[in-house]
Structures are given as C-alpha cells and as structure tokens.
Design a protein around this ligand. Structure first.
Ligand SMILES: [Zn+2]
Ligand SMILES: [Zn+2]
Length: 190
C-alpha cells in the first residue's frame, strides 16, 4: 500500500487500495476478532503545510464471539480517518520549538492551506519520500474494534444453570441466586 510522494499532484491524489484477508487477520491476531472480507480503502492524499494529509475510509467486516451468548456475531465497522504525515526533517525541526512557538505555528496552519481536517488529524512521521498506508490502515482497523462484543444490546445470554441460549427460548430454570450458606439456614426449623 505504498504511495510515492511525487505521485501526489497539487490537486491531490485519490487512491483505492486493498488489504488482503491474510494481512487483515495478521493485524487482528490476538484481538478476538476475525476479518471476513478483504478491505477496500479509499484514500485521498494532499500536500499541506510541508506534510501530507491522508484522509481515508473503509468498512471493516469482522466476526467475534458474543460475550454473553457465545454465538458468532458479525460486525460492520465503518471507519474514516485523517492523518497528517510530517516528513522526518520537519518533525525534527519542531522539537526545538517551545510551546508558544508551536501554538503560533498551529495558528499559521489554520490560516494558510490549513483546514479543519488538518487541525483534527493525528500527526505521524514519515521518511518524506514514500507513504506506506498499510500500518495506518492496520492501526485504524484495531482502533475501530469495540471494547467488548455483544451480538445485540438486548442479548439475554446463556442460562447459568443449563446453558440454554435465552435468546432462543426460556428454559424455566430458577436462576435467582441463593447463597449456599443461606440455603442451609432455610432448612432449619425454628
Ligand atoms: Zn449474544
Ligand atoms: Zn436454564
């Protein structure tokens, strides 16, 4: 998913890139999610303020086990992102600026060529020659994953006694929790 900086004209560059299922699942390893389809990423790249603003979007389709009922649930996660890539040389220069100067500089960004998108964009450093979209997309795929998965908000989960999936039918088990110590007391006749 490489883009050479000279491919980006003044009007910007639009690219469509694919990430294979293998690459995606390698990225998702250990996350508890699995991709079901390769990823189609549409991105636009624009040169701005010495860097390159990358805006992109894709929909990631993954499956995961519902944490309540353990059935496989499918998720469709629309993702859009904006990353401002700053060449190493420029990034190094910025290190010597103190905070006031940085604030000044940010204002500058707002005035020329800078845009709302640029102010909102995360900043990352690149070598100034070639942009590799793959690590950016990989990171976005991971960021888009929900903290925990339930197949649906009102999922009833499994019966703690018999394991019945309560979304399918009620099993009728008495699941009111009784502390075993209290259960013993109940049987004492006073
Ligand atoms: Zn569920
Ligand atoms: Zn039950």
């Amino acid at each position: 998913m490489l883009v050479k900086i000279e491919e980006i004209r003044d009007a910007g560059l639009k690219v469509d890139k694919k990430m294979s299922l293998e690459q995606l699942n390698a990225a998702l390893e250990g996350s508890g999610f699995q991709a079901t389809e390769p990823l189609s990423v549409s991105a636009s790249l624009r040169k701005l303020s010495g860097g390159v603003l990358v805006e992109g979007k894709f929909t990631s389709r993954v499956v995961s086990e519902c944490k309540r009922c353990l059935t496989e649930s499918k998720l469709e996660l629309p993702v859009s992102f904006a990353i401002n890539l700053v060449p190493e040389s420029l990034a190094r220069g910025e290190d010597v600026l103190d905070e006031d100067e940085l604030a000044e500089k940010d204002k500058g960004h707002g005035e020329h060529g800078g845009s709302f998108a640029l102010d909102q964009a995360d900043e990352e450093v690149f070598d100034g020659k070639v942009i590799d979209l793959e690590p950016i997309v990989r990171e976005q795929v991971l960021l888009a994953l929900p903290m925990s998965t339930v197949c649906r908000e009102e999922c009833q989960g499994l019966c703690v006694k018999c394991g019945q999936n309560l979304n399918e039918k009620k099993c009728g088990c008495d699941t009111t929790f009784v502390d075993p110590r209290l259960a013993a007391l109940k049987n004492i006749k006073l």
